[in-house]
Ligand binder design. Structure first.
Ligand SMILES: Cc1cc2nc3c(=O)[nH]c(=O)nc-3n(C[C@H](O)[C@H](O)[C@H](O)COP(=O)(O)OP(=O)(O)OC[C@H]3O[C@@H](n4cnc5c(N)ncnc54)[C@H](O)[C@@H]3O)c2cc1C
Length: 468
């Protein structure tokens, strides 16, 4: 519990209107996009780094849990305050984006939404590639804390690859200035990379220097339609083996195609077992050449039809379809349990086959999509959280899903992080010495364990099952 005196002090720091304490307001911060939930005792919306530092110091002294939160689109309950306490929302830290054209850098406050950054740098002819499908909502702080990826990860990498420097408020309330604003920087330990992907367990990121690149001259998208999803999986390996590097290779299965089409009426092929969306970008001549090669490979792996977007508008429509996956599949059942298991790309077809078998065994509705070019698939089990029997079957299915993933040489998370939903599986992938080394870092930075507790480490979450 937070004392009345502490609440008064917090109001003095950020102003009365930026502290939320009414039941209904608190409830809206009890969720993210997973199905773990817990109400905070207080929500605080600072707009400046000094305010963040003062609130963190106060929470530390009072030993009250503090959970950093961006837009709350996380998939693994990272921003859910499982022990109550303070949710520190960064959404008001969305001020001026400084675009430095000479050095190809953007200096960004962390509450800025990814899409707004993309649009701002485009005005200067520049490009910020990380594009999680939640990009119209998720914040840059959340992207850094989760090391978010997206369709373009195949060619351009993930958020980590664009972070040159950042400011981080540690659990002690100190402001660290990590990395810098140069492309090369090997001065001492790389704490910037330590904090990226640490899911708000090591501090609050307040500001970031992000690397930009020039806009590609041309972008084109192709849709390859398959009657057999396994052939689509094989085609992905075929494209990679041929040495072609599209910006994105995304796969959507039959269940999802039908849901998206029913929702948006875009003219998607509802008779297909799977579609691949492939984007090629770069100089026009190179795009023309690579498009031809990709078409050939897709056909050689049995594509039923191939359609090429004729212009930017048609291309964007295909990406709208892909981004609509999450809301569209909710028509199947009210609870969406979206995983992001990642396997070596050559094992993709085995993975798809295996996941479908697991869903069938436990009689669960499955919708599949993913960043196939990265081997990063999102099997979504569509269930009803109120159906106890179904939830028991779900737990077994998810156990088997991760056993399959690890057997194929994969990893528990390609981009959504561990949070609390996957903490129980951590020791299946990492040995105890590795977990201990990570835990020692957490303990050194946050000896009281008040910064985003019950996340990542099995020690803190052993009472939690996958279901929360
Ligand atoms: C429809 C949909 C599609 C998605 N697609 C993708 C995708 O393609 N790729 C992908 O990687 N993810 C995807 N996600 C997951 C999610 O959007 C990303 O993880 C995103 O980066 C989270 O940003 P956020 O601002 O919503 O963070 P939140 O959900 O608020 O927080 C996520 C984590 O980051 C921490 N955090 C947030 N801000 C800070 C900060 N300033 N300092 C320290 N810690 C912080 C929180 O404590 C929490 O642990 C998707 C989610 C949805 C709902």
């Amino acid at each position: 519990m937070i004392s009345k005196a502490a609440v008064r002090e917090i109001k003095n720091i950020v102003g009365q209107t930026n502290v939320l304490e009414k039941e209904a307001e608190l409830l809206t911060y009890a969720y993210d996009n997973s199905f773990h939930q817990h109400k905070p005792d207080l929500v605080v919306l600072p707009s400046k780094e000094e305010e963040v530092s003062a609130i963190v110091k106060l929470a530390n002294e009072a030993e009250v849990p503090l959970v950093p939160r961006g837009a709350g689109t996380g998939q693994t309950a990272g921003s859910v305050p499982l022990k109550g306490g303070i949710v520190l929302s960064t959404t008001r830290m969305d001020g001026y984006i400084e675009v430095d054209k000479e050095n190809l850098i953007a200096k960004v406050p962390v509450g800025v939404v990814n899409w707004d950054l993309q649009k701002e740098v485009e005005k200067a002819g520049l490009f910020f590639p990380p594009d999680p499908s939640s990009l119209k909502t998720a914040t840059i702080g959340g992207n850094l804390a989760e090391n978010a990826g997206g369709p373009r990860g195949f060619k351009y990498g993930v958020t980590r690859d664009y972070a040159l420097g950042m400011n981080v408020v540690t659990p002690a309330g100190k402001v660290l200035k990590l990395g810098g604003q140069t492309i090369k920087n090997v001065t001492a330990y790389d704490l910037c990379r330590l904090v990226i992907g640490s899911e708000g367990t090591l501090g609050v990121i307040t500001q970031a220097n992000l690397r930009l690149i020039p806009q590609p001259e041309e972008r084109r998208t192709l849709m390859a339609i398959y009657k057999d999803i396994e052939r689509a999986g094989d085609a992905v390996s075929g494209i990679i083996a041929k040495g072609i590097v599209p910006a994105a290779i995304e796969l959507i299965d039959d269940v999802a195609i039908r849901c998206i089409e029913e929702t948006l009426k875009l003219g998607l092929p509802t008779d297909a077992d799977a579609i691949l969306l492939i984007e090629i970008d770069g100089f026009k001549v190179a795009v023309d050449y690579q498009m031809e090669q990709v078409e050939q490979v897709c056909k050689s792996y049995g594509a039923d039809r191939i359609s090429v977007a004729r212009n930017e508008k048609e291309s964007e429509q295909l990406w709208v379809a892909r981004r609509a996956f999450a809301p569209a599949v909710l028509k199947l059942n009210p609870t969406k349990v979206g995983e992001d298991a990642t396997v070596p790309r050559s094992r993709l077809t085995e993975f798809i086959k295996g996941v479908k078998k697991i869903a069938g065994k436990y009689q669960l509705e499955l919708a599949l999509c993913g960043h196939a070019g990265d081997g990063n698939m999102h099997p979504n089990f569509m269930v009803n959280a109120r159906d106890k029997d179904e939830m028991k079957r779900l737990q077994k299915a998810v156990d088997e899903l991760f056993a399959l993933t690890l057997d194929l040489g994969g990893t528990l998370s390609g981009e959504h992080g561990i949070g609390s939903t996957k903490a129980q599986y951590l020791n299946k992938e990492l040995n105890q010495d590795t977990i201990d080394a990570m835990q020692a870092i957490k303990d050194a930075w946050d000896p009281k364990g008040f910064m985003n507790p019950m996340k990542i480490f099995p020690r803190d979450t052993k009472t939690l099952s996958f279901l929360g």
